[in-house]
Design a protein around this ligand. Structure first.
Ligand code: ADP
Length: 238
């Protein structure tokens, strides 16, 4: 469904992505994990067309997306930190994005409800707490019923109820056949949500497979310890 072939990206002299090739399976949740600065967001932004790779190809449904933009209407994206026009209310932001995407809102009422955003709908963005801005961002990622959902640290900053409800929603979306990519530093969240794991270190994929395989390969019982063991430069990959 989403295929990256030999992607390379440098910012100045610094090579951030080193010959990345991967396949994101449709109808599954794939977690991209790795230390800060390992290139997770750069991979996501390349898929979104927000970063232009220096080399390689990105295919969505077997079609190259480089120099394309129409494919983006099938993607819902929740960035790590979202910024919206400060003087608009939440309702106005939702309407503005609906106008820009030329897509009508689908299932938004339920999202507003489960994320407990009702009381915030007529408030200006600048008056919202960080957590409530995250909820607005989650709503926008999901509200056009996209086929592909990309979530960069989706529950960071959310209260426990909103976080649990958003996770339920993510699983519900996967079960409805959506293709989901997420990043997270919360190991329990990765264990709860992901089917597949892409493990990135210094711009290279060091593991691409199921959660179960990763834990088995590490020789550790818990994902947290598995990831920590694999981050060790002396870890033996065989
Ligand atoms: P992660 O999401 O894994 O934390 P990123 O993909 O955000 O990592 O960043 C990987 C590296 O690329 C970091 O060292 C970051 O500073 C650098 N980087 C990302 N975007 C830019 C940019 N626009 N200009 C220069 N360096 C960048």
């Amino acid at each position: 469904m989403i295929e990256l072939k030999n992607i390379e990206k440098s910012f100045g002299k610094y090579q951030v992505l080193k010959d990345i090739s991967l396949n994101i399976e449709p109808g599954k949740i794939t977690a991209i994990v790795g230390p800060n600065g390992s290139g997770k967001t750069t991979i996501i932004k390349s898929i979104l067309g927000l970063v232009k790779p220096d080399k390689g190809e990105i295919l969505i449904n077997n079609k190259s997306v480089i120099k394309e933009h129409l494919y983006r209407k099938d993607i819902g994206y929740m960035p790590q930190v979202a910024s919206f026009p400060d003087n608009l209310t939440v309702t106005e932001v939702f309407n503005m994005i609906s106008d820009l995407r030329k897509q009508s809102v689908n299932g938004n009422a339920n999202l507003i409800n489960i994320l407990q955003l009702e009381s915030e709908m007529n408030k200006k963005i600048k008056t919202l707490s960080g957590g409530n801005k995250q909820k607005v961002s989650a709503c926008i990622a999901l509200m056009f019923d996209p086929k592909i959902i990309i979530l960069d640290e989706p529950t960071a900053g959310l209260d426990p109820v909103a976080s649990a409800n958003l996770k339920k929603k993510i699983i519900e979306q996967r079960d409805a056949g959506k293709t989901i990519i997420l990043t997270s530093h919360i190991m329990t969240e990765i264990e709860e949500l992901s089917d597949n794991i892409l493990f990135l270190i210094e711009g290279k994929i060091v593991f691409d497979g199921t959660l179960k395989n990763l834990v088995e390969l590490s020789g550790q019982a818990k994902l947290e310890n598995a990831i920590a063991a694999m981050m060790d430069k002396d870890f033996k990959w065989n």
